[in-house]
Write a protein that binds this ligand. Structure first.
Ligand code: API
Length: 282
C-alpha cells in the first residue's frame, strides 16, 4: 500500500489537501481529489492542491476541485501554496517575494512572515478578463455587465469576469436567505458557460464593503473563494457600486479579503493557515 504525505491548509476556511510533488510521484490526481476531499471517508476539503517543482517560478501549483475537475487558478489556494513553499524552506528565509506558476500564468506573492511562518500574502492576481470569448461565456456584447440571464425560471442580472477562471457575479438584496444548494447547480451548469462557472451572490454594504457567498464550479458552496472575491470587486466597480483603486473589503462566510482593482491588475490580500500534516494510504 502506497503512502502519501499531505498538509491540510485553508484560506479563510476554503480548505484543501496540499500535496508536494517535489519528493513524491505523480498519481491519478482526479480520482484522489474526489476521494481525499470527502469529509467522511477522506481527509476532507474543497479539493486538493499540488505544489510542484518549476523551471520558471519558485514553484508551480495545480488545483483539483472536489469533483476531480482541474481548475486554472485558486486565490485562497495560492496564498497557502506561498505559505507551504516558504514554511517548508523550499525558498531561502530572506525571500519573501516569491512567484508561483499556475495554469493562468505566473503570479507574484509578497509574504508576511512572523516567527518564521507565513501569516498572510498579498497576491498580484493580474488583470481581470472581460472579453466574453476569453471567460468563456456565450454572449454577443463586448463585455457581459449587468445582463439579464434566466436561471431556473427567474431573471438575474449578471456580470461575467475571469480571473483565469470563469465567474458569474450577481448582486442581490440579501445573500443569507439564498438557497445555494438549489440555485447554485443551475448557474454552474448554465449552457451559456461552456466550461461551467463559479457564481458569486453579492450584497453591497457600502462603496468599499461587499458581502459574498459563492457556489464554486466543482466544489459547491465553499466558505470563501479568492478569485471569486476578485471577480466580485471588479464587477462591483463595473456596476458603479465601488471605485477602482480603492481597497474593497469582501466579507465571506469564512472571513475577509481585501481586493484592489486598478486599470492593469487586481491585488488580493488575505491570510493562509496550516491545520495539520499527515500521511494517507492510497
Ligand atoms: N472552483 C474553481 C477553483 C477554485 C477557486 C477558489 N477556491 C479560489 O479561492 O479562487 C474553478 O473551478 O475555477
Amino acid at each position: 500500500m502506497k503512502k502519501l504525505r499531505f498538509t491540510k491548509m485553508h484560506g479563510i476556511s476554503n480548505d484543501y489537501v496540499y500535496i508536494s510533488t517535489f519528493d513524491q510521484p505523480e498519481e491519478d490526481w482526479e480520482q484522489l481529489a474526489i476521494r481525499l476531499s470527502d469529509r467522511r471517508t477522506g481527509i476532507g476539503g474543497d479539493g486538493i492542491i499540488l505544489v510542484c517543482p518549476s523551471d520558471v517560478a519558485d514553484a508551480k501549483m495545480r488545483i483539483f476541485n472536489a469533483d476531480g475537475s482541474e481548475g486554472k487558478m485558486c486565490g485562497n489556494g495560492i496564498r497557502c501554496v506561498g505559505k507551504f513553499v516558504y514554511d517548508k524552506g523550499l525558498v531561502p528565509a530572506e525571500k519573501t517575494t516569491i512567484t508561483i506558476d499556475t495554469l493562468s500564468g505566473i503570479k507574484t506573492l509578497e509574504l508576511t512572515v512572523k516567527d518564521g511562518k507565513v501569516q498572510s500574502a498579498r497576491v498580484d492576481m493580474e488583470a481581470a478578463i472581460l472579453r466574453p470569448a476569453d471567460i468563456p461565456v456565450r454572449y454577443d456584447g463586448d463585455r457581459m455587465i449587468d445582463a439579464p440571464l434566466e436561471v431556473d425560471g427567474r431573471i438575474w442580472n449578471v456580470t461575467a469576469v475571469s480571473m483565469g477562471n470563469p465567474h458569474c457575479v450577481t448582486f442581490v438584496d440579501d445573500v443569507d436567505s439564498l438557497d445555494l444548494e438549489k440555485i447554485g447547480p443551475h448557474f454552474e451548469n448554465h449552457p451559456i458557460f461552456p466550461e461551467r462557472v463559479n457564481t458569486e451572490f453579492v450584497k453591497v454594504i457600502d462603496d468599499h464593503t461587499l458581502q459574498m457567498r459563492v457556489w464554486e464550479r466543482g466544489s459547491g458552496e465553499t466558505w470563501a473563494c479568492g478569485t471569486g472575491a476578485c471577480a466580485t470587486a471588479v464587477a462591483a466597480c463595473l456596476n458603479g457600486y465601488c471605485k477602482k483603486g480603492d481597497d474593497i473589503t469582501v466579507h465571506l462566510r469564512g472571513g475577509d479579503l481585501v481586493i484592489r482593482y486598478t486599470d492593469d491588475t487586481v491585488i488580493m490580500t488575505g491570510p493562509a493557515s496550516t491545520v495539520f500534516e499527515g500521511t494517507v494510504e492510497i
